[in-house]
Design a protein around this ligand. Structure first.
Ligand SMILES: NC(=O)c1ccc[n+]([C@@H]2O[C@H](COP(=O)([O-])OP(=O)(O)OC[C@H]3O[C@@H](n4cnc5c(N)ncnc54)[C@H](OP(=O)(O)O)[C@@H]3O)[C@@H](O)[C@H]2O)c1
Length: 366
């Protein structure tokens, strides 16, 4: 059957259709995907590089004894750079959620970041095709595949692509600039990998491919390993220690926050949706402007929620006001995920509290 004749509902999955495999299952987003699937009663194949590393798998194995979760999880070994590495774990699966990635975090050149993303996705898709049972493939892309310089206040939607460079406005997001800058390489890799999976799924006809595009992901950590130095949640830890984080100029930026539990749930809803089809992409960002906070607003919120903390770090303030203005971007809302997938996001206060509380619970904050 080809994608043109296959209806969207014919590829939608449910727990009775078989296991779902998750790549990058030990990661921050991957772990919550496993948790959400188990909550819904799925058998989950959690793919990790090392099944014996307690720092990365103990929290996954503990889910099997959590009586709130009706599904179960089994660990499988998988390395994204090894062809055929996922053949065994994808066998008989009805869906694959590809949340694993090494891209962008290590010390590769921008070109290696770009090429690595394709190698990883190609290996995963090859195993999907070998399995022959997979009906849905959900890829964790990024809002980076959407965002690019636009005038302040511009609201991005799923129709935007990072290479659009409308009217040449600060048009750096081009193929030629991939080798020059890591951010551009990462963004263009995610966007072009998305295009590749939609095309491959259409040619294959046996499965539909979709993507989730998260923005600033925060929310509860399940283990200390989720406190990666490059992550947004780690910036919040710095702020709670009274320090400025280094991810943006002078700590100034517009945080467009989404809860990691909503990001995870959206992946599963995508696999189950009879509305989503091959090529559907969903931005996972704030649900409304309450989740879009300039750093100084985030500082104020943290101070209100945790009045006992003496000093919250962040951007430089003068007389209670930000010393410098911040570029008003990225604005974007997860409206399509709410409309089409039925996502009901956490409030920003719930998300921030759950993030900070998990740091205290894990002993990562004194
Ligand atoms: N966090 C965000 O704010 C955010 C925003 C937008 C998009 N994303 C995307 O979301 C995805 C997940 O990110 P995350 O925040 O959950 O990061 P993470 O916590 O670092 O998780 C990524 C996982 O990928 C696995 N991995 C790395 N290299 C691998 C390899 N060679 N083979 C197999 N697995 C490998 C790692 O698992 P093991 O070490 O156990 O193998 C790791 O747990 C990524 O694609 C990222 O680009 C994240």
């Amino acid at each position: 059957m080809t994608e043109t004749t296959r209806t969207s509902s014919s590829t939608a999955v449910s727990p009775t259709d078989g296991p779902i495999a998750v790549t990058g299952a030990s990661g921050y987003i991957g772990s919550w995907i496993v948790h959400d699937l188990m909550e819904q009663g799925y058998k989950v194949r959690a793919c990790v590089r090392d099944t014996t590393n307690p720092d990365k798998v103990n929290h996954l194995e503990a889910m099997n004894t959590n009586t709130d979760l009706s599904g179960d999880v089994e660990l499988f070994v998988g390395d994204l750079f090894e062809r055929g590495s996922y053949d065994e774990s994808f066998e008989n699966c009805c869906a694959v959620i590809h949340a694993g990635a090494s891209v962008g975090y290590n010390k590769e050149t921008p070109q290696q970041v770009y090429d690595g993303c394709f190698t990883e996705v190609q290996h995963v898709i090859e195993s999907v095709q070998k399995a022959g049972t997979v009906k849905r493939f959900v890829f964790t892309s990024s809002f980076a595949a959407v965002g690019h310089p636009r005038p302040a206040g511009y609201v991005f939607t799923e129709k935007d692509w990072c290479g659009d460079n409308i009217e040449g406005y600060r048009g750096a997001w081009t193929e030629e600039n991939i080798p020059k800058k890591r951010d551009i390489a990462y963004a263009m890799a995610k966007a072009n990998a998305e295009r590749m999976i939609y095309r491959m799924a259409e040619e294959d006809g046996g499965f539909a491919a979709m993507a989730i595009l998260p923005l600033h992901v925060i929310g509860p950590l399940m283990c200390a390993n989720h406190d990666q130095g490059w992550s947004w949640q780690n910036c919040i830890r710095f702020m709670l220690q009274g320090k400025a984080y280094k991810k943006s100029k002078g700590g100034r930026m517009l945080w467009n926050n989404v809860d990691v539990r909503d990001v995870a749930r959206a992946h599963r809803l995508c696999a189950e949706s009879s509305v989503a089809r091959n090529g559907s992409r969903y931005i996972l960002s704030a649900s409304d402007s309450s989740g879009e906070l300039f750093t100084w607003e985030l500082q104020n919120k943290l101070q209100t929620l945790y009045p006992e903390i003496q000093e919250i770090g962040g951007e430089h303030m003068e007389d209670g006001k930000p010393a410098e203005a911040t570029y008003d971007s990225p604005r974007s809302y997860c409206s399509l995920a709410m409309q089409e997938l039925g996502l009901t996001p956490y409030s920003i206060d719930e998300t921030i509290k759950a993030t900070v509380d998990s740091y205290f619970r894990l002993g990562l904050l004194p």
